[in-house]
Design a protein around this ligand. Structure first.
Ligand code: HEM
Length: 426
């Protein structure tokens, strides 16, 4: 199914930028010809593009600059995907000029394609005319907006002098936002809203990584949800803290402009200094437990309780478990190829936990369940849409995503058995 394709916008920008924008907006029109191997019309349009120089970017606002980056780097992705001859003096030079000004790598990234892309149909940059691509961008952007709200609520709780009271105040908003994000995520595996062939053979090939043409060695990662900075902020604010997560946060940094890189760094340092929901709410209630790891193979055994809460409270679609198992994946089973560390201790339930404490711990259990449900919705979606393929962001794909179900924001809640008690009463 395809959308009407907008005509190239008329614009009063400097000529080089306007010319790149016109071609970027015209990519859906070129797509059928390019996949049929008839690249003459596109090659002619490409050859007519002027090189962008520093002077052309002078005086632009940050938003305009990022839009120019989106235009140029989408055209670059099309040239690369179709193996077309590339001009060093025009394509490569323009890509490096805009990327350098943005402080980014010269490859299309998730922050540009999802967050900077206008959601209005006439202005949205797309590789294809498939409605599914239009929805892919809009639905992703909608989840990103929900994550923005989640970040604001979490910030208000962890910055508060009375974080338990603030948690109660903000819980309804947090829960509604996460429920909506999960519901939207499930839409990405709908054969009607996101037909597999349109996604997998249509626009996903434009998200490929940049590889050395001779050796095939990876040079730059392709765009991927892995590069979502909002998700990483939510994860860190809740309390996720492990070398796997932090390693990827560092790796994706270069795909974000310097201001966002700084923001991620600030959130990471704040988390390490105790500005997170685990340290502000969970640990004070459950006492001075030995610090538990946040990612551990044993945590697979918490899943039945977590799933009970997630399904019971509407964060997880009922078909997800079956879909995951139908793909030969076993929930709670740590991937055999991955190393596992030592045993993790059980912990005692401290004395003095009353009904007020239990009520607050129930809210934390529900937030944890909402987050694990997001990971499971995601695993199911990726299994349906990419199967055993590697991710475009540089990971093993579905297996990598499954690891997130072994991550806990509030490990003491589950290791103490309180999470299971809350689930049993849910
Ligand atoms: C067709 C839909 C989707 C597919 C096939 C898919 C696939 C993947 C894959 C394979 C990865 C692993 C990283 C990589 O190598 O690329 C990943 C990571 C990620 N994706 Fe998606 N994804 C989809 C939709 C979404 C949506 C709608 C979001 C919402 C923002 C999202 C957010 C993320 C995040 C946050 C990560 C990093 C997860 C982590 O670090 O544990 N994805 N995705």
């Amino acid at each position: 199914m395809s959308h009407p394709i907008p005509s190239p916008a008329s614009t009063s920008e400097p000529r080089p930028l306007a010319a790149w924008r016109a071609l970027a907006l015209d990519l859906p029109r070129h797509h059928p010809e390019l996949v049929a191997g008839r690249d003459g019309v596109f090659a002619e349009a490409l050859a007519g593009l002027p090189a962008i120089g520093d002077a052309d970017l002078r005086g632009l606002s940050d938003a305009e600059l990022r839009l120019a980056g989106l235009d140029v780097l989408m055209v670059e992705a099309v040239v690369r995907r179709h193996g077309l001859p590339r001009s060093e003096s025009t394509l490569d030079a323009s890509a490096s000029v805009v990327a350098e000004r943005l402080g980014l790598q010269p490859i299309i990234s998730y922050p540009l394609y999802i967050r900077e892309n206008p959601v209005d149909l006439a202005e949205m940059r797309r590789f294809t005319a498939y409605e599914a691509e239009f929805r892919f961008i809009r639905m992703h952007a909608a989840i990103e907006d929900l994550f923005d709200q989640t970040i604001a609520s979490l910030e208000a709780i962890i910055d508060s002098d009375a974080p338990r009271m603030a948690l109660r105040e903000h819980f309804a908003g947090l829960s509604a936002g996460l429920r909506s994000a999960n519901r939207i995520m499930s839409g990405f595996r709908s054969p009607v809203r996101m037909p597999h062939a349109d996604f997998f053979d249509g626009f996903r090939p434009y998200y490929d990584a940049l590889r050395d043409r001779d050796s095939g060695e990876l040079i730059l990662d392709g765009p991927s949800g892995l590069q979502s900075y909002t998700y990483r902020i939510v994860a860190m604010q809740l309390g996720y803290r492990d070398p796997v997560l932090d390693g990827w946060t560092e790796r994706i940094g270069r795909y974000h402009p310097p201001d966002l890189r700084d923001r991620l760094d600030r959130v990471l340092r704040a988390r390490n200094a105790g500005r997170n929901l685990d340290a502000r709410v969970c640990e004070p209630i459950l006492g001075g437990q030995a610090r538990l790891p946040h990612l551990h193979p044993d945590y697979g055994r918490h899943l039945p309780s977590i799933l009970r809460i997630a399904e019971g409270r509407g964060y997880l679609r009922p078909e997800v478990r079956g879909l995951i198992e139908g793909f030969g994946l076993r929930l709670g089973e740590w991937p055999a190829r991955m190393s596992s560390n030592d045993e993790v201790p059980e912990i005692e339930v401290p004395a003095g936990i009353g009904s007020a404490e239990m009520a607050d711990l129930s809210l934390l259990a529900e937030l944890e369940a909402a987050l694990v449900a997001m990971h499971l919705e995601h695993v199911a979606t990726a299994a349906v849409q990419i199967g055993a393929e590697h991710g475009t962001g540089g990971t093993s794909g579905v297996e990598f995503l499954l690891v997130a179900t072994f991550r806990r924001a509030f490990p003491a809640l589950w290791q103490s058995g309180i999470g299971a008690r809350i689930a049993a009463e849910a």
